[in-house]
Design a protein around this ligand. Structure first.
Ligand code: NAD
Length: 261
């Protein structure tokens, strides 16, 4: 897809980190951007800076997502690009555990599992189906292309760590549906690809103490540092602009393979 000011993109989680960097990069190519996020303050500030639109959205809410697509399309036109970055980390808990001191046996808190699946997996699919339905109304571009979707999973989809059952399941779900979505939408000229980031230096990780961040960086074979959000945005841009890129899930991780803990 050739990028210019006739193209609109919706970026979920666009108020921070990987989504923000992708929205900024798309805007530098002239694309009109709509940011979907729960973070009103940052979302509005970034949208104003980029000349785009902010929509307050919790991706677990059908009503929120519907209202946001309606608002974004009224302001900027039907989007041809959807980038799904809205997501939350997993409150770590083992599948079942014994308290070392008291011997008390605990099950996994299911409400935690459900919340993470709702945001990371169902929230992503909710935005995909609603965006794809809108893209179907558009005339095809050159090559018969109508639209492009980029999702964000995680290397945790493949190397889930101790205590990360919910997060890993949510991200493995995104990877699992990627090819199906690409196949489902192929006859309409809509592509779907998914990025599996390793460890990226975003506000999500900024909360970790410096020694933890340094030790994480050392685990990355090369380059031995945390990933930068604009490196994620670069891959997202390639997935969007290279029309032959379809149905792929790609690790972006400096060759890290996460250890059990
Ligand atoms: N940073 C990393 O190392 C890393 C690694 C692998 C995967 N990821 C994934 O990348 C994505 C982006 O993460 P990030 O590091 O940029 O984090 P981030 O916290 O900087 O950004 C995530 C954004 O999503 C928004 N959000 C959270 N829940 C939402 C909801 N229910 N509805 C709408 N918006 C919501 C937040 O407000 C925030 O602006 C996430 O899906 C995360 O799981 C990040």
């Amino acid at each position: 897809m050739k990028l210019d000011s006739t193209i609109t993109a919706v970026v979920t989680g666009g108020a921070s980190g990987l989504g923000e960097a992708t929205a900024r990069l798309l805007a530098t190519h002239g694309v009109k951007v709509a940011l979907f996020d729960v973070n009103v303050e940052r979302g509005e500030a970034i949208a104003a800076e980029l000349g785009g639109v902010f929509c307050k959205v919790d991706v677990t809410s059908n009503a929120d997502v519907e209202a946001a697509f309606a608002k974004a399309r009224a302001a900027l036109g039907q989007e041809r690009i959807l980038v799904n970055c809205a997501g939350i980390g997993g409150g770590a808990a083992k599948t079942a555990a014994r308290d070392r001191k008291t011997g008390e046996i605990r099950e996994y808190p299911l409400e935690n599992f459900e919340r993470i699946i709702q945001v990371n997996l169902i929230g992503t699919f909710r935005c995909i189906t609603k965006s794809a339905a809108g893209m179907l109304s558009l005339p095809p571009l050159a090559d018969g292309e109508r639209g492009a979707i980029v999702n964000t999973a995680s290397v945790a989809a493949e190397d889930g760590q101790i205590g990360q059952a919910a997060y890993t399941a949510s991200k493995a779900g995104v990877v699992g549906m990627n090819l199906v979505v690409a196949r489902d939408l192929s006859s309409e000229g809509i592509r779907c690809n998914t990025i599996l980031p390793g460890i990226f230096d975003t506000p999500l990780l900024a909360r970790a103490p410096e020694n933890v961040r340094a030790s994480l960086a050392l685990q990355v074979p090369f380059p031995s540092r945390l990933g930068q959000s604009d490196e994620f945005a670069q891959l997202a841009l390639t997935m969007i602009t290279c029309t032959y890129f379809n149905g792929e899930d790609v690790r972006l991780d400096g060759a890290i393979r996460m250890a059990p803990r």
